[in-house]
Write a protein that binds this ligand. Sequence first.
Ligand SMILES: *[C@@H]1O[C@H](CO)[C@@H](O)[C@H](O)[C@H]1NC(C)=O
Ligand SMILES: *[C@@H]1O[C@H](CO)[C@@H](O)[C@H](O)[C@H]1NC(C)=O
Ligand SMILES: *[C@@H]1O[C@H](CO)[C@@H](O)[C@H](O)[C@H]1NC(C)=O
Length: 351
Amino acid sequence: MRFYLIFFFFFVATNGLSAASLKEKFERFLEKNNVTLTDAADFLKKLKNYVNRSGQLDKLREKLKARGAKYTLDETRFMDWSDEDLRKIVINEVFVFDVPPTTEEPSVIPKLRWFPSGRRKRSSSGSFDWRTSGLVGPVKDQGACGSCWAFGAIGAIEVQWKKHYNTGTFSEQQIVDCDKSNNACNGGSFVTAFDYIIKNGLAVSADYPYVSGQTKSGGGCQVPPKSTTVTIDRYKWLQSIDQMEYYLETVGPFVIKIYVPMDLFYYSSGIFVPDNSTCSPSNNQGGHILTVVGYGSENGQAFWIVRNSWGDRWGEGGYIRFAKGENHCVIEAYPYIPAIKGVLMPTDWNS
Ligand SMILES: *[C@@H]1O[C@H](CO)[C@@H](O)[C@H](O)[C@H]1NC(C)=O
Ligand SMILES: *[C@@H]1O[C@H](CO)[C@@H](O)[C@H](O)[C@H]1NC(C)=O
Ligand SMILES: *[C@@H]1O[C@H](CO)[C@@H](O)[C@H](O)[C@H]1NC(C)=O
């Protein structure tokens, strides 16, 4: 930063800011996040974004306090991102892709066939967490690319695969590059990603590593279908919280999509109970796709344990505990679960 000090003081002078504390905070941010500064213009851009985001963070914290919400917001890696940068990692048209599943009839599970009332065996503790199984890999990072749809789809496959075959983290890059029904870094649907995987299989990430977080775009498709390993043969759109819990416990994590509230970018810890009006169909920052790996409750507030793809320095080690039971940000509206080929999904409560 010291090379840029002259620009810094010019910036604070012309913007009437308090130089000392800003300098210290910005330096700490750069260091903590290993931010590289390429030239003076880059430095000024990041500084401006940082100042803007700091102002926004303060306002969001005030609102949080005013409505008595208990989760915490803090500086995250996004502090030097502009609004436009943020919009690029979420999906604008995410809910346009609400195509029904094409691979199995009936596409929507009839509630009564699968879940006769009163026969549900709830886990006695009222909580469940795949992370304690040792089957969940490290949190991934989609980087500066709107590829959450690929991470979400694969997030719902990896645990099941590991459970049955004891191997694997799989290639988001393959679907970003090869699934032409989606839009690479400009968003996509996990439903059509599942369709792609059903037809083509999936390579392991070591054979086809993720680079779009850096390049910010998809590349040419490189995997001939023969070299792939993972196969799924169907997926289901879950229709109730009971089903979500049951499939989570008996099959594996499932994928969801939400409308993004601004708070999400700053989420640091606690149970996320967003102001629903900031993530409604008519007011949101875009769409995002994540994977649910568990659920629980604390002080009477039920939550889903949700795995994000924004690296492990965001949220609670890359995870967020997200309010459960009230469809905040439509989190309970579009849960899907894939099944790996040859492994049956449960068809009976009593099994
Ligand atoms: C920053 O870089 C250092 C040294 O390369 C590394 O040990 C550290 O994990 C990095 N931190 C982050 C947040 O990427
Ligand atoms: C910072 O915020 C101001 C006011 O909201 C806006 O006009 C400006 O474009 C923002 N700057 C950046 C770099 O995002
Ligand atoms: C939040 O909004 C969703 C979608 O509009 C709605 O289904 C849900 O009931 C709302 N939840 C609360 C707690 O207001």
